[in-house]
Write a protein that binds this ligand. Structure first.
Ligand code: LMR
Length: 397
C-alpha cells in the first residue's frame, strides 16, 4: 500500500524549527517560524492566559463534548473582537461564527464548505502569500489563481496591477486578502486601497475572504480590523478566518474561528448547517481548552485589559526591533537601503536577498529564515543583533 511513497521535502517553514533545534551553534538565531519571541528569545505563556488557565483548572467540572460549532460564547466574543460590537450586532441574523482548530482549521473548513457549495470555485490569492494557503485551500478542491501584490524592487504593494488582475474576479469567485500584517511581506493595504477593493467587490460581485491571523500585532486590536469591518459593512457576503495563535500566544492549543456573513438569514441558516456537517466530517469538533481560555479572557474586564496591555508591549517591541535593525545595518556601513522594514507591519518582512544568500546565512552562520528571505522580526534581540548585522553584511559583499 505505501511501498511506492518517497519522503517529501520538509515543510518550508516548520522544517526550519527542527533544523534550528538540532543546531549546536551558540550564536544561532531563529528568524523562521512566525511565533512571537521576547528579549530572551523565549515564547512565554501570556500573563492573562496563565491566569485564565489556573482558574479553568480550578473550576471546570466536565470534559463532555461541546459540538461541531464549538462554544457559543467563544464564538460571539470572537465575532465581536474581529467585527466590533456594532457590526457583530447588525449582522447577527445573517452571520455565523464557528470555533475552529486554529486558523489553519478555519481556512480548511472554509475551503471545504465553499467547495461543497460551489465545487471548484476559484480563489485569487496574493503573489506572494503564506505558503500554507495553497494546500489548505487547493487540496479542498478550490482553484487557485493569483494577483500581483508585492513589488520586490520597490518594497511596496503593486496596487494598480493588483486591481487590474482582480477585474477578472466575478460572481462565484473569491479573493483572499490578509486582514493585517501580510504574511510573508509585511506590506499592508492602506485605508484608501481597502475602499477601492470594497468598491470592486460590490461592482463585480466576488466574495472577499479575509485571513486575520495577526490581529493586534500591526497597529492595534481595532485598527487591524479596518478592512474586515469596512467590507463587513458593505458587501453581501464575507468570509473571515481569524486565529488566536499569535495574539493570545496559544499556538499549540489550536484556537481559531470561521465567521461567515451571508446575504440573508435563510442562507446563513443553510450555510451554518453545511459548515457544521463539514466540520463533523473532518474533525467532528474543535479542541476546547485554548478556546475556553480565550473566552475567559475576553469576558473578564481585568483579564482582558491585562491581555491587551501585554499585546501592546509585544507589538511595540516588534516595531522597535524594525527600527533597530534598520539603524544598526546603516551604522555597520551596509550600503543597501533596508529602511522599508520600518514601515512594514507585524512579524514579517522580506530581507530581499537571494536564495543562495539565505542559504549561506543558514549554513555558515546558523541564522534561520525562509528561502524567500522572509524574517520573523520578533526573533531579533539585543544579544543577537550585532551577530545578525555582521553576518548579513558579510553575505551581502
Ligand atoms: C508562519 O507563517 O511562520 C506561521 O504562520 C506558522 C506556520 O504555521 O506556518
Amino acid at each position: 500500500m505505501f511501498q511506492h511513497l518517497s519522503p517529501l521535502a520538509p515543510d518550508p517553514i516548520l522544517g526550519l524549527m527542527q533544523a534550528f533545534r538540532a543546531d549546536n551553534n551558540a550564536h544561532k538565531i531563529d528568524l523562521g517560524v512566525g511565533v512571537y519571541k521576547d528579549e530572551q528569545g523565549s515564547t512565554p505563556v501570556m500573563r492573562a492566559v496563565k491566569e485564565a488557565e489556573r482558574r479553568l483548572l480550578a473550576t471546570q467540572t466536565t470534559k463532555t463534548y461541546v459540538g461541531p460549532a464549538g462554544a457559543v460564547q467563544y464564538n460571539e466574543l470572537v465575532a465581536q473582537l474581529i467585527l466590533g460590537k456594532d457590526l457583530a450586532a447588525s449582522t447577527q441574523s445573517r452571520r455565523c461564527t464557528f470555533q475552529t482548530p486554529g486558523g489553519c482549521g478555519g481556512l480548511r473548513l472554509a475551503a471545504e464548505f465553499i467547495n461543497k457549495s460551489n465545487p471548484g470555485a476559484r480563489i485569487f490569492v496574493s503573489d506572494p502569500t503564506w505558503a500554507n494557503h495553497i494546500p489548505l485551500l487547493g487540496d479542498a478542491g478550490l482553484q487557485i489563481a493569483t494577483y500581483p501584490y508585492y513589488d520586490y524592487a520597490t518594497h511596496s504593494i503593486k496596487f494598480d496591477a493588483m486591481m487590474t488582475a482582480l477585474q477578472q474576479a466575478k460572481v462565484g469567485d473569491l479573493v483572499l486578502l490578509h486582514g493585517c500584517c501580510h504574511n510573508p511581506c509585511g506590506a499592508d493595504l492602506n485605508q484608501e486601497q481597502w475602499k477601492a477593493i470594497r468598491d470592486l467587490a460590490l461592482k463585480n460581485g466576488f466574495t472577499p475572504f479575509i485571513d486575520l491571523a495577526y490581529q493586534g500585532l500591526g497597529d492595534g486590536v481595532d485598527e487591524d480590523c479596518f478592512g474586515v469591518r469596512l467590507l463587513g459593512e458593505a458587501v453581501p457576503e464575507l468570509i473571515v478566518v481569524s486565529s488566536c495563535s499569535k495574539n493570545f500566544g496559544v499556538y499549540r492549543e489550536r484556537v481559531g474561528a470561521l465567521t461567515v456573513i451571508c446575504e440573508t438569514p435563510a442562507s446563513m441558516k443553510a450555510s451554518s448547517s453545511l459548515i457544521a456537517a463539514t466540520a463533523r466530517g473532518i474533525y467532528s469538533m474543535p479542541p476546547d481548552h485554548g478556546a475556553t481560555i480565550v473566552e475567559m479572557i475576553l469576558s473578564d474586564a481585568a483579564l482582558r485589559s491585562d491581555w491587551e496591555s501585554e499585546l501592546t508591549d509585544m507589538r511595540e517591541r516588534i516595531n522597535g526591533l524594525r527600527s533597530l535593525l534598520v539603524n544598526r545595518l546603516k551604522a555597520a556601513g551596509v550600503d543597501r537601503d533596508f529602511s522599508f522594514i520600518q514601515g512594514e507591519k507585524g512579524m514579517f518582512s522580506f530581507l530581499g536577498i537571494t536564495v543562495p544568500q539565505v542559504q549561506q546565512l543558514v549554513k555558515d552562520y546558523s541564522i534561520y529564515l525562509v528561502d524567500s528571505s522572509r524574517i520573523n522580526v520578533a526573533g531579533i534581540n539585543d544579544a543577537n543583533i550585532e551577530y545578525l548585522v555582521q553576518s548579513l553584511k558579510k553575505v551581502l559583499k
